[in-house]
Write a protein that binds this ligand. Structure first.
Ligand SMILES: Cc1cc2nc3c(=O)[nH]c(=O)nc-3n(C[C@H](O)[C@H](O)[C@H](O)COP(=O)(O)OP(=O)(O)OC[C@H]3O[C@@H](n4cnc5c(N)ncnc54)[C@H](O)[C@@H]3O)c2cc1C
Length: 285
């Protein structure tokens, strides 16, 4: 039998975490799959389970002049419907799972699950998202790339909850996202690519590039992005071989049931070149 808690509010949830080191369950769409057992047996949880998906305090979206703050228990579907959620994030979410899973699965769950194939991660890395973590006596904020340390691994303490995700408000005039899966819908990613940029007066003033499912965690390199800053279309064209080879050195996929090293690497680099040449340069003109 599983001991389970359904606290009335967020503070009670933190108390339960401190006293029981429980497993937080938001939508349960990752947990119920990872803890499943043979047919006829209920999922196995070694520790008590703490339901958090109903807690209003972590289901809100708050906006101020500089940031968008998304409560960790906001369902993916609710974010698709929210007016203030950036379109680039909505494009990603709309390709995750199915409407039924999106109704219950949360953004916080996707982050804390820390799968290299977690689809919300590349765009969050690209947008410089941070995570706010809270336990009874402490609140801390970390950049998402410092939060996720490996496949399924984060720096979350065993009495801590992810409360919100902070995304700095920025405007991009170029965005390109591609998820490559076995089929169009309800398919986990073999790989994914996210490119965002701002073009001003014929040059790139801001660019962010990230790759999902082709390394232990999402790949984003500010050093490589820096090479493209302040460059015109002609200069970028010349830089494409150098930039491709720099990314090729950091893209380190694995072979698994969904895809293999060669396919993942080849297609990631093709998407990079497509983004730089076809999407970006054609927009600069
Ligand atoms: C059929 C199906 C299709 C799917 N398709 C996709 C897909 O296309 N792309 C994709 O990326 N994922 C997909 N998923 C995985 C899953 O739906 C998402 O990762 C979802 O966002 C997980 O959210 P959740 O609230 O259900 O997480 P849960 O299962 O509740 O939690 C996941 C993990 O995060 C922890 N956790 C959750 N919230 C918090 C919190 N606030 N603080 C601390 N820890 C927390 C939990 O303890 C657990 O370890 C799919 C799953 C299924 C079953």
């Amino acid at each position: 039998m599983v001991r389970a808690y359904r606290p009335p509010d967020f503070q009670s949830a933190l108390t339960i975490m401190r006293e029981n080191r429980a497993i937080p369950l938001a939508g349960g769409t990752d947990l119920m799959v990872s803890r499943r057992r043979w047919s006829g047996l209920s999922p196995f949880f070694a520790k008590p389970v703490l339901f958090i998906g109903h807690l209003e305090e972590i289901k809100r979206v708050e906006i101020d002049i500089t940031n968008i703050k998304i409560g960790s228990a906001c369902s993916l579907a609710s974010l698709l419907e929210h007016r203030e959620i950036p379109e680039v994030l909505k494009i990603v979410i709309s390709q995750m799972a199915t409407p039924a899973i999106r109704n219950i699965g949360t953004l916080g769950g996707n982050i804390c699950n820390a799968s290299p194939a977690g689809d919300a991660l590349p765009v969050l890395y690209a947008m410089d998202a941070s995570v706010v973590l809270q336990r009874k006596a402490e609140i801390r904020t970390l950049p998402i790339e410092k939060f996720i340390t490996g496949p399924g691994e984060t720096v979350l303490k065993d009495d801590e909850l992810l409360t919100s995700i902070i995304i700095p408000k920025k405007s991009y005039n170029v965005g390109f996202y591609r998820k490559v899966g076995t089929r169009q819908a309800n398919s986990l990613s073999k790989l994914s690519f996210q490119g965002l940029a701002r073009i001003e007066e014929g040059k790139i003033s801001d660019i962010r590039i990230s790759f999902g499912a082709v390394a232990m965690t999402v790949i984003r390199s500010r050093e490589i992005e820096e090479i493209l800053i302040e460059k015109s279309g002609k200069e970028i064209e010349k830089l494409i071989p150098e930039v491709s080879s720099l990314y090729s050195a950091v893209i380190k996929p694995i072979d698994d049931q969904r895809s293999n090293i060669r396919y993942r690497k080849t297609i990631s680099l093709k998407l990079l070149r497509y983004f730089l040449r076809t999407v970006l340069i054609s927009k600069i003109g």
